[in-house]
Design a protein. Structure first.
Length: 149
């Protein structure tokens, strides 16, 4: 028993009481079940049309969100640069400090071990303080590490 015209691709088949209520509500309102269940496309007899009836042009970013988008994008770039410089710096450490390949591997493993060790504390911070505070604390720790270097 599929509840919509998608042939069961939406996964709403056999969901129990909630799915039956949605189907009954859509039949009572005279709508197709697909519109009630919130599919992205409505299926009609004439053609397939977007589910939104509003045909106005919508901006890619809402007003006021363009600057934060570019800042976060720049942060990912700035996090990527030191990550890619890690291999180059390790080769220079081998020459400058006369360390073996094993010791150089320990430097690189310590760099990536930080992701493993700090994953759970970061999740706890983000759960308690939110994602913005998590970003700021991460940036502060990252900058503290660069100043220690």
């Amino acid at each position: 028993m599929a509840l919509c015209g998608c042939g069961g691709l939406c996964g709403l088949r056999g969901r129990g009481r909630v799915a039956r209520e949605l189907e009954a509500r859509s039949k009572a309102a005279g709508e197709s079940p697909a519109t009630t269940l919130g599919h992205s496309m409505q299926i009609s007899n004439s053609a397939v049309s977007p589910a939104t009836s509003d045909t106005r042009h919508q901006a890619l970013f809402p007003t006021g969100h363009l600057l934060p988008f570019f800042l976060v994008t720049a942060l990912f770039f700035l996090w990527g640069v030191p990550n890619n410089l890690n291999d180059v710096l390790i080769r220079q450490f081998m020459k400058s400090f006369a360390i073996t390949r094993f010791q150089a591997g320990l430097v690189q493993s310590a760099f990536y071990m930080g992701y493993f060790v700090l994953a759970m504390p970061a999740a706890l911070i983000m759960r308690r303080l939110g994602y913005k505070a998590g970003f700021v604390i991460g940036l502060l720790l990252f900058s503290l590490g660069t100043f220690l270097f």
